[in-house]
Design a protein around this ligand. Structure first.
Ligand code: AMP
Length: 270
């Protein structure tokens, strides 16, 4: 695997290949990220992954500073999973960066209490797309709103990039894998698996669901020690809350804190 740290070398590498499958990440790679690399490899093109901890998308400075960094093991995992190139840019890619403003869809779910977060995501993703010029880019459905906003952005700007959503990878308890899980103790991880259980409870009773059921599920999670950012049933294209639970598709999405650690998950019902 080639490890490339500057734009000049990336351009040289890029000019040798026709089709590129691209997997942008912030590192601290786990099986969720690796599933994206495997997905990228299904296309038999050249696979480029990037690791860049994007300061533009953090609302909390400490969260940015404390973001886990495990470069050596990330590199080993990428090599093992047949990634062809790792792009490892430094902060200079932020110089003169074109600021992207996310659409109204960023006002829902994760964007509501994290102003500017998705502007930061789109700004860096657009920059990476501009540099890597991928044929396709693969993103996890765990960050569903991010995937939707990026797909919309690519369509609206006629970028010649195919955006692929890849399934959520979970541990045996159902907990969606996340770099943030590393900050949880074993007991907290067990507790965290209740998020997926709650999503399933709601998804399995949509036919008879009422708003009170959602309130009850939130209260149960609060009693267990969670602090809830949102638990919503939404239209998966608009992300606005849906009150008619009989229509399809729907997405049930949650964000909740255990202590300082923010966890997200969702189930798409088609
Ligand atoms: P991050 O490093 O957190 O920015 O994530 C990089 C990519 O990995 C994003 O497209 C995420 O949606 C994806 N990802 C993270 N966790 C998972 C997971 N458990 N399952 C599938 N994709 C994931």
């Amino acid at each position: 695997m080639e490890i490339i740290k500057n734009i000049e070398d990336l351009n040289k590498f890029r000019s040798n290949y026709d089709q590129i499958s691209f997997v942008p990440t912030m590192g601290n790679l786990h099986d969720g990220h690796i599933s994206l690399i495997k997905r990228a490899n299904e296309y038999n093109d050249t696979v480029i992954a990037s690791i860049f901890i994007n300061p533009l998308q953090f609302n909390d400075k400490n969260d940015f500073i404390n973001y886990p960094k495990t470069l050596d093991s990330d590199i080993s995992l990428l090599i093992k999973n047949e990634c062809d190139c790792l792009f490892l840019p430094d902060q200079s890619i932020l110089n003169n960066i074109k600021q992207i403003k996310s659409s109204y869809k960023s006002q829902h779910l994760c964007g509501l209490n994290r102003p500017g977060h998705f502007d930061g995501v789109l700004t860096i993703v657009n920059r990476l797309f501009d540099l890597v010029k991928p044929t396709r880019a693969i993103f996890g459905k765990k960050d569903y709103q991010q995937l939707l906003l990026i797909s919309d952005f690519v369509k609206e700007n006629n970028l010649p990039i195919n955006i692929i959503g890849s399934e959520i990878v979970r541990d045996q308890s159902g907990l969606a894998l996340s770099s943030r899980n590393n900050h949880l103790s074993a007991d907290e991880k067990k507790l965290a698996s209740n998020l997926y259980k709650t999503l399933n409870i709601i998804a399995n009773k949509l036919d008879t669901l009422t708003i009170n059921d959602i309130i009850n599920e939130k209260n149960k999670l609060r009693d267990l020690g969670f602090s809830i950012d949102y638990l919503n049933v939404c239209n998966p294209l608009e992300l606005s809350e849906e009150s008619n639970y009989n229509i399809r598709p729907l997405i049930v999405a949650i964000a909740a804190y255990i202590g300082e650690i923010r966890l997200i998950d969702n189930i798409l019902i088609t």
